[in-house]
Write a protein that binds this ligand. Sequence first.
Ligand SMILES: Nc1ncnc2c1ncn2[C@@H]1O[C@H](COP(=O)(O)OP(=O)(O)OP(=O)(O)O)[C@@H](O)[C@H]1O
Length: 254
Amino acid sequence: MNRPLLDVTSLAKSFGGRKVLDGVDFSVSPGELVAFLGANGSGKSTTLRCVMGITEADAGTIKLGGQDLGLLQGKSLQQARRRAAMIFQKIHLVPRRTALENVCTGALARMSTGRSLSPLFFPDDILQEAMDCLDRVGLADRAHDRVSRLSGGQQQRVAVARALCQRADVVLADEPVSALDPHAAEQVMQLLAGLAHEHGLAVAAVLHQPDLALRHADRAIGLLGGRLVFDSPVSSLGAADLDHLYAPDRMAAA
Ligand SMILES: Nc1ncnc2c1ncn2[C@@H]1O[C@H](COP(=O)(O)OP(=O)(O)OP(=O)(O)O)[C@@H](O)[C@H]1O
């Protein structure tokens, strides 16, 4: 087994005295697509947000590419965090800009200040890299279209291309397909699986559709009330595991 690119231990978080993550441990290795499953409010998004530093964890260790983020600060922390990119259900792109311009912004953080002052005038090397990233998500022919003219599924693929242009090797996706129709959802899931299986990225995706997890993920992590209740290869997941997550009262009554 490869060394994990993302390794999380004893992650804990409370909001207003209410524990929403209670000692969550998991890892994601290069080449793996891991699905996070769980009912509303079970802590899936908070887990990903803590990894990204969008939400500050109360306790726990987060290692990205072997580096313990808790031991880093300033520029070295920023640099270590750049290995991870997050994509969201509500796609955060600039609608009036082209797909290519949006993808280029993935490179902003690693450009020198002088070069990044004019984000809409990207140098040729970045434009070329962004084109390559769009090509990888199958949208090179739409590079010069405004994002507002693309479908939801295409926009989500542009968001994935932007993560690639950031050169992230850990991609965290929070309900990436919840707003998409079944065909577009399938395409985005195939793309995420391809990033893991063909390009060796570590991918974790929060999914509300267990069938998508069963079809595309290698492993599924189940959260219930902020606790991890299983972490298993999808091939060994059964109906009882899913009932445990989505109908715990029924399980208790059985
Ligand atoms: N900023 C916040 N302030 C207060 N409570 C929060 C905050 N963010 C999340 N919570 C609470 O933490 C719990 C876990 O939320 P989280 O969004 O992680 O769940 P989730 O499993 O992703 O749910 P969903 O499937 O509905 O998106 C919920 O009870 C939620 O209300």
